[in-house]
Design a protein around this ligand. Structure first.
Ligand SMILES: NC(=O)c1ccc[n+]([C@@H]2O[C@H](COP(=O)([O-])OP(=O)(O)OC[C@H]3O[C@@H](n4cnc5c(N)ncnc54)[C@H](O)[C@@H]3O)[C@@H](O)[C@H]2O)c1
Length: 371
């Protein structure tokens, strides 16, 4: 199993070696195996784009990684992804990537309610952002020739998200903001990337096949048939670290989940709870309950109830694998500042498009047309 693409691929750095990182790293290495390649060839592979902007999935290469948990720092990335409190299943087993996880400043990444899950050494708690950390992190990203830095920080880590945006811009790397903290929707951050001449992608992943997609698809179907949506809600439960985090810090996620549904005219009739609770027994699974009530001909009722159960971090990796290739291509094409990619984000730069229009936008980008 090769952990290198021999220099052909996109060089990707990870900020936060949690469950999403585990799913992404294991997936990239799986798709490089004979079994993975055979799955791709057969068309039954779980990928939206086996090749995107000229890059195959296996042509994504990991170049650096940052975390704050003592059980992950200084380990090879291929080992750190299996450390506690990560709950994503072990599919490939430990591997040597040659990337050693670097220490990051904690900032607001580990609030007190995560103390029982994330292990931060006493000397590193509550440290403010300082110049030494900043220069050291830029040096790591620049010296590893990282082209795309992926923000996998816990939701609500506003300071840490901003810190690593500045690191990416200073090191000349594109930044993919997977979290709901505004980056493309923050003028100072967007201007930073415009000035640095590198692309910025965000905000907040829209999962590969998650509650937002299923919910929006149902609402769009009712509206297309002329039915009136009277009330609808979405409630989510999960057992990974991010669900505990979201339970306590739901603000930005609630706003971006509402943005993901903004393509329907009845969006005001919809209520969303990003995390109704943390159930550790669910592990990295997420359960979403979606309910839609409407009226049709002569005001007669229509009612739909859906229970969606998914592996939460596969749902993220299935999207990030496309985003790192799009970000690599955008950087190579010299695009600076926010890149509108509605298909992959709940709260994208530009307008949130219907699912069909958003897919057409990606297909145009893939052909080299960024309009
Ligand atoms: N389907 C999905 O899983 C999905 C969908 C949309 C958005 N997202 C977003 O992706 C992000 C990552 O999700 P996850 O499940 O991997 O989270 P996670 O909690 O499993 O991982 C976060 C990692 O960040 C580390 N960390 C904390 N503070 C840090 C700091 N200051 N610097 C560096 N590392 C730090 C933690 O130790 C942990 O390893 C979240 O913001 C989540 O909302 C995920």
């Amino acid at each position: 199993l090769s952990t290198s693409t021999g220099g052909r691929g996109v060089r990707v750095g990870l900020v936060g070696v949690g469950n999403n990182a585990s799913a992404l790293v294991q997936g990239v290495f799986h798709y490089r195996t004979a079994a993975g390649a055979a799955a791709v060839a057969s068309g039954r592979h779980g990928l939206r784009f086996p090749v995107l902007c000229g890059y195959a999935v296996g042509e994504v290469e990991f170049s650096c990684a940052f975390d704050v948990d003592e059980r992950k720092i200084d380990l090879d990335l291929g080992e750190a992804i299996f450390s506690e409190p990560n709950r994503y299943p072990v599919v490939t087993g430990p591997m040597e990537t040659g990337v050693v996880v670097s220490r990051a400043p904690v900032l607001d990444g580990v609030p007190a309610f995560l103390d029982d899950l994330v292990l931060v050494a006493a000397g590193h708690r509550g440290r403010d952002r300082n110049g030494d950390d900043f220069d050291r992190c830029i040096e790591v990203v620049a010296s590893t020739e990282t082209e795309v830095l992926v923000n996998f920080l816990p939701s609500g880590s506003n300071d840490a998200t901003d810190f690593f945006a500045r690191v990416a811009a200073a090191a000349g790397a594109a930044y993919v903001n997977c979290t709901p903290t505004p980056a493309v929707h923050s003028d100072p951050v967007a201007d930073l990337f415009l000035d640095a001449g590198v692309p910025l992608l965000g905000d907040d992943l829209e999962s590969h096949f998650g509650s937002s997609l299923v919910h929006r698809t149902l609402l769009e179907a009712l509206e297309q048939r002329g039915l009136e949506i009277t009330h609808s809600y979405q409630v989510n439960l999960g057992g990974n670290t991010d669900f505990k985090n979201l339970f306590h810090r739901p603000g930005a996620k609630r706003a971006s989940k509402r943005s993901a549904l903004s393509t329907v005219s009845s969006a005001d009739a919809v209520e969303v709870i990003p995390s109704a609770g943390y159930l550790s027994g669910l592990g990295d699974n997420k359960v979403g309950y979606i309910s839609v009530e409407g009226v049709g001909w002569l005001g007669m009722p229509v009612s739909i109830d859906v229970k969606l159960k998914v592996q939460d971090s596969s749902n993220a990796a299935g999207v990030v694998i496309d985003l790192v290739r799009l970000a690599g291509a955008a950087r190579e094409r010299g695009l600076a500042g926010c890149v509108p990619l509605s298909y992959y984000f709940k709260n994208p730069a530009g307008e949130k498009l219907s699912t069909a229009d958003a897919l057409a936008q990606i297909e145009r980008f893939d052909r080299g047309d960024e309009s």
